[in-house]
Design a protein. Sequence first.
Length: 261
Amino acid sequence: MSTLVTHLLLAQTVITGLVTGDSSRAIQGAIVEIASLGRSTTTTARGTYTLVVERAGTYSIQARALGLASSSRGIRLGTGDTLQVDFVLSAIPQELAPVVVTADEAPLPNGIMRGFEERRRLGFGRFITRDMLDQREHDTVSGMLRGIAGVRMVRRPTDCGDGYSAATGRGIAAVELSKTTTPPATCGGGTPLPTACYMSIYVDGVRLWAPGTPDPPDFEQMRNSHYEGIEIYRGPSELPIQYQGTGAACGAILLWSRLGN
């Protein structure tokens, strides 16, 4: 082994740990990441994980899993350290609306809205259906989102064309997390938007915007009549697995384009 390779190996810091639930049950498939470094991994069937970091410093490491509250820890890494960081993730009480069953459950639709209905039936996130959009067909998506608990519409500066962008409304902790993981949001010629934990935006399953890139969408320019349905996930613990990853610390909004009239 060359001297250079030996030096690089000695400079690495190895972080290991165990992710469990409230009952000390190992959690498989939990995501453990240091977002500021773009480093992440998933836990094994035994709930264990390993992350390798190439440089010393102070970082925030987070563990999360679907249906459980995420957990973050501040860590200080030296050169060539080996550090163990364990996490215990608690279940999130779900605020489900009362359900009155009057007939057999409707069959799932075909096409892109099938996934929408499957996720809606699981009970995670918040959902705006076509019927709800039709009731306010002359309104904007901005107006619909104002009625969703945990979502905050942030006024855009005049230099950015006015209007409103969407951020999670889950308090100071979310805003502080967004400061450490992404650059400040800007638009136009670099005009800064108010500090907030801006949500990632997807249209028909394709990511349109993510924190760290300029020009978050203006929901005042989006008409309800243009969409078949909208999904709102107010944090990474609510997000379906296919939408988790870097840039998801503040949650996401999924818009599905109108199918016919």
